[in-house]
Design a protein around this ligand. Sequence first.
Ligand SMILES: Cc1cc2nc3c(=O)[nH]c(=O)nc-3n(C[C@H](O)[C@H](O)[C@H](O)COP(=O)(O)O)c2cc1C
Length: 407
Amino acid sequence: MTTAETAATPAPQAPQAPHAAHAELVRKIYLSGIAGEKPKLSTDLTALEEAARAVLEPRAYAYVAGDAGTGATGRANREAFDQWRLLPRMWKGVGERDLSVSLLGRRLEVPVLLAPVAAQTVVHPEGELASVRAAAEVGVPFVLSSFSSHSMEDVAEAAGAQPRWYQLYWPNDPAVAESLVRRVAAAGYTAIVVTVDNPTFGYRPSDLDTAYIPFVHGEGIANFTSDPAFRSQLPEDAGDMAAIAHWAKIASNPTLTWDDLPRLRRWTDLPLLIKGIQHPDDARRALAAGADGVVVSNHGGRQLDGGVAALDALPAVRAAVGPAVPVLMDSGIRTGTDIVKALALGADAVLYGRPYIYGLSLDGQPGVAHVLRCLLADLDLAMTLTGCPSLTHITRELVAPRGPLTV
Ligand SMILES: Cc1cc2nc3c(=O)[nH]c(=O)nc-3n(C[C@H](O)[C@H](O)[C@H](O)COP(=O)(O)O)c2cc1C
């Protein structure tokens, strides 16, 4: 067919299954090529980091991309995905795909949430407001960091009806901790993700070399400066520097133990997921202390250098908690096929981190929406190509360790 003929002929309409829309992106892009258009940002989600590097201030790029120490944990995260190969099955009836998952008593349209990432105004003036609007546009739930540049109430308003969770860094001031947790429920967040791998910031040479961390510049502390308990601890006329200094004093809490979790449980009825679990025994302890689920994560390699890859820890954690407990995973996920591997190795859903921040850096809300659409198209196609009409078909048999096949 000539180009002219193609342009004149209406595009063949694939039957629209309720959940099959994600892969449609690919068809739309090819059709836009007829009019000489192409995507503004790359559809290669592993290429966005370099693109963002070109537009960001060096210290902002270093803050997002940087890892702890030599970067060994970050590298391990990616290498672990490459140790597993997908083993596709044929003729499984994949004309319609259902990407939805039931999690904490709710149905999510896709098994992906946006990971909590702090201080997003570092890369774009609209920060979390742009990200959460994009998440709502595409239908992906958003997890708001404790250390966000906009308050949890403002982000909730921007989210509209889209499900949102709140990530808690438990501050070392009990009054502020309780006040934050009570605001979370009042603002309509439906789960709390308690991050436990951050008793202190990791040793990050890329941030140390630029002597930069957003918080001391007043970015990423909006939940605190808007908090009545926090404010009541400062003189009425306290300026920004006093607020930053007070935040720095109470923000982290290295004294916490599993015995503290029941206290948090008393402050809220919301489901609690513990993020930063790597050892199966910690997963068991979290559940015994009252958690509803865990997130296997090493913070994208930003905390401890030389640590295990999150994907390598995932099967052992799943085995420890059994099939019914919600297990999420992040650290190293870049593509739709990475999500399939994580789900095959035991995750119910994943958190998506740095790539959406690169999308935000490059093009604000449309940039984040582009990244999410590409990710979901890739996931939808990966399910089609591996023979999985729904997530329940993504089982351990779908992956094989690299090397000769032994099935
Ligand atoms: C710039 C940046 C800031 C982050 N801030 C937080 C945070 O405030 N709370 C948290 O629990 N995790 C935070 N994380 C970790 C992410 O939630 C997630 O675990 C990590 O990005 C996964 O690694 P990946 O992005 O390399 O896949 C942050 C990550 C980055 C890159």
